[in-house]
Design a protein around this ligand. Sequence first.
Ligand SMILES: [Zn+2]
Length: 230
Amino acid sequence: MSSLNIPMPREQLERIVRQIIWQQITVPLEAPGGATESAYTPNLVVNISARHLHMSKEHLEILFGPGAELTVYRWLYQPGEFASEQLVTVMGPNRKAIESVRILGPLRKFTQLELSATDSFALGITPPVRPSGQIEGTPGCLIVGPKGVVELRQGVIRAERHVHMSTADAQVYGFTDGQYIRLKVNSDCPAVFEHIFCRVHPTFLLEVHLDTDEGNACNLVNATSVELLP
Ligand SMILES: [Zn+2]
């Protein structure tokens, strides 16, 4: 899925370093007749989601020209999701700007900018913490592309920390879709994150998404182990 024959840019190296694959919970699955036939062991991955945009087709064409498409820069851990090669500048009030913000694909119905708290200070915007997709009443921003400008009326959020998991993962842990759980990160800055939103879907891979501030706060890059807790 993620084997693109392109040179590994610095960003990707950092991403791989940040990716903490860990947790071994082995739950024997009972075969008919009582014999233990196989075991399913979820691999918990905790990744930092740096600032990024999701985008509508309409906005993409304004920013990059009619007929513009997102092209794959790097596949992400969740199947079908990718970081695109398309970069834009986002601007808050008073012309405070952040350059080279990456658009994630595939395209969505609505445009959404996800920032860390530190990013939002730099832009002079105060976005609320929201689950992805819930953008009603959130602040907007200006998006500047090579071919045009979009004045986004709403859609700037600080993404609510969450975990993606398959139905099988949820069964192993005993969690359900929509439940809030906790994440423990063991490092030299250990932390327990409360209020991690569980998103269960058959095609999801087990992955926690924290933002840059959250990842830095617990020194996730140098974590020795991570653990999901009820
Ligand atoms: Zn996510």
